[in-house]
Design a protein around this ligand. Structure first.
Ligand SMILES: *Cc1c(COP(=O)(O)O)cnc(C)c1O
Length: 366
């Protein structure tokens, strides 16, 4: 029996994708091998990676002057690759600190000080003083920076930019690891977008970078594996790419096309799913959401009872009913329901039912 999996990542995959992997496991499209076994230079794999890129370009409406790269090293390697490649005359970037992932990005930026011999990272704004419960707005863009860095959806704290900051012409770089493909974005608003695949578009091992072409510059001082130029020049085949992860991402995109057609439609459904949960949280006497209302994420919904023991009781109660990975991130506690694209509306309904039942029990005891 499959559980109802609310994991923040790696996360649930659509059953369509799992079934298709199963069907193609022994013999991918009559080539007598599985995708895991084939050469990344083979015609079959070439077909897979090209189709995957084409589907992503179509769904996200990626303009022709943007390159799509299929890389490894997780979202976390981008914290280093971005500055190493995008630093211009200032060799400095600004970060909006909205939680653990932007903090890590800032820490990696700072680590480069020994190379450049000056301050490489400034914090443009932060919501740390309020436990990252909101997205800072109306802050000044620091002078003398090469780009502004944001984490668009904060997986741990459940906040999301509803409007991008006005960068006053400064390049915008964004981590979309936990919200890519959840609703339409205007790619032209960004200099660079990146996202690990394991949250909303596949499995671990693959990170997708979408970068404006004029920002890809040849620089032989940059180590090859860290260079966007090298990866772009070799069509993501400088070395062996994560072949199976790319294949799975292709199937996830195929599923989105078949099931929803467009990101507009998928976004509508995601909003309905999130509203269902937030509406309940807003009216519950036992549970409450922790993110500021206007900044609430469609993908990650953290909530608490306000009592650690009761939180633990609920997590156990839910687990017995088949809801797993509902425990909040170890740094914040409480609960978190990650309701990515693959989570059906009906599953969120079931979760709300489960919470209502728990609430009734609690209120009956007082
Ligand atoms: C998970 C996550 C990351 C890190 O991804 P890895 O692939 O584990 O390195 C970065 N940013 C955000 C927003 C994430 O949710």
């Amino acid at each position: 029996m499959r559980v109802l999996n609310f994991s923040a990542g790696p996360s649930q995959l659509p059953e369509y994708v799992l079934e298709k992997i199963k069907d193609q496991m022994m013999d991918y499209e009559k080539c007598g091998q599985s995708v895991m076994e084939m050469s990344h230079r083979s015609q079959e794999f070439k077909g897979i990676i090209e189709k995957t890129e084409k589907r992503l370009r179509k769904l996200m409406n990626i303009p022709d002057n943007y390159k799509v790269l299929f890389l490894q090293g997780g979202g976390s390697l981008q914290f280093t690759m971005i500055p190493v490649n995008l630093f211009g005359e200032n060799k400095k970037a600004a970060v909006v600190n909205t939680g653990a992932w932007s903090k890590k990005a800032a820490a990696e930026l700072k680590r480069l000080e020994w190379i450049y011999g000056h301050e490489t990272c400034v914090i443009a704004a932060s919501s740390e003083e309020d436990n990252f419960s909101y997205i800072p707005k109306d802050f000044d863009i620091p002078e003398g920076i090469d780009y502004l860095y944001i984490c668009e959806n904060n997986t741990i704290y459940g906040t999301k930019y509803k409007k991008l900051p006005d960068t006053k012409g400064v390049k915008l770089v964004a981590d979309l690891s936990s919200c890519i493909l959840s609703e339409p974005v205007n790619v032209s608003d960004y200099a660079l977008i990146f996202a690990g695949a394991q949250k909303n578009m596949g499995i671990a091992g693959l990170t997708v970078v979408i970068i404006r072409e004029d920002l890809i510059k040849k620089d032989d001082r940059i180590p090859a594996m860290l260079s966007y130029y090298v990866h772009a020049d070799k069509e993501s085949m400088y070395n062996t790419p994560p072949t199976f992860s790319i294949y799975v991402m292709g199937l996830v995109l195929e599923w989105i096309e078949k099931e929803f057609g467009t990101l507009e439609k998928l976004g509508e459904i995601n909003r309905k799913k999130a509203d269902l949960l937030y509406d309940y949280l807003d009216n519950s006497k036992v549970f409450k959401g922790t993110a500021a209302k206007e900044d609430r994420s469609l993908m990650n919904v953290p909530f608490v009872t306000g009592d650690k023991n009761l939180d633990a009781e609920f997590i156990d109660f839910a687990k017995k009913k088949g809801f797993v990975n509902i425990k909040g991130h170890r740094s914040v506690g409480g609960m978190r329901a990650s309701i990515y694209n693959a989570m059906p509306y009906e599953a969120v309904e079931k979760l709300v039912e489960c919470m209502k039942e728990f609430e009734k029990g609690v209120l009956g005891n007082v």
